[in-house]
Ligand binder design. Structure first.
Ligand SMILES: O=C([O-])CC(=O)C(=O)O
Ligand SMILES: [Mg+2]
Length: 230
């Protein structure tokens, strides 16, 4: 057998949450979902939405070297409908890992989206035609090499967060939140409570201009801040 270190493909049947659970996660803004997870689960701010389609689905993960997409091509044949292809490229990359041809190939495969910790190209297609969400650090006309190696369905550090195969990624223009696969139900429940709280605050602001902030009164009592006159 070839040396599998940095050169392996796990054929895992990732957990795929029910449509109902995914719906609950995706109907809230990513910010509220992150609040529901105590504000610790967002990818770093370099990972940006390149079109406006909402992102929500379980991850198939890929690790590739700087500027090389051979194993992304292999992973494209492993995604099921709704899956999010999550790629960790090398840190010093100056070339795109994916572009229009690959994205067009993923359309009939009904991929749920693509999140690239690295660069993409063919931005016009992504912004104007691609029917699913694409997130990446940016774009470059420099194209990828296709030499390998790589790993598929291993834990990757994408956008500064550990992403395991089957973790659920939820994204909107604010960025991407990673829900560990064992926490999906708890997160879906917790986000509903955050949503209800936000809606009641918004309603009061709209109704009578009152912003309910019990935490502010509590903190300011602790500070006992003097009000001075000049
Ligand atoms: O050449 C590549 O592998 C990436 C690309 O631009 C495309 O898929 O259109
Ligand atoms: Mg291209």
């Amino acid at each position: 057998m070839a040396n599998p270190l940095g050169n392996r493909i796990y054929q895992v049947d990732i957990p795929r949450p029910s449509q109902e659970l995914l719906q609950k996660l995706s109907e809230a803004p990513a910010a509220n979902l992150d609040d529901a997870m105590n504000r610790l689960f967002a990818m770093d701010t370099g990972i940006r939405a390149l079109n406006s389609h909402p992102l929500c689905g379980p991850a198939v993960t890929v690790r590739v070297p700087d500027g090389d997409n051979l194993f992304i091509h292999v992973a494209m044949d492993m995604v099921s409908p709704g899956d999010i292809l999550v790629v960790k490229g090398g840190a010093g990359a100056d070339r795109a890992l994916l572009g229009e041809l690959m994205l067009r190939y993923l359309v009939p495969r009904k991929v749920g989206g693509v999140v690239i910790d690295g660069l993409i190209r063919d931005l016009d297609y992504i912004q104007e035609e691609c029917p699913f969400p694409v997130y990446a650090r940016g774009s470059s006309p420099n194209g990828p090499y296709k030499n390998g190696p790589g790993e598929i369905n291993v834990p990757v550090a994408a956008g500064g967060m550990v992403v395991n195969p089957g973790d659920v990624l939820v994204g909107d223009p604010d960025g991407v939140v990673v829900v560990p696969r064992d926490d999906v139900e708890a997160a879906a429940e917790a986000v509903q409570a955050v949503q209800e709280m936000e809606h009641s605050v918004i309603d009061r602001i709209g109704q009578d201009g009152v912003f309910i902030r019990p935490w502010m009164d509590k903190k300011m009592q602790e500070w006992d801040t003097p009000t001075l006159s000049l």
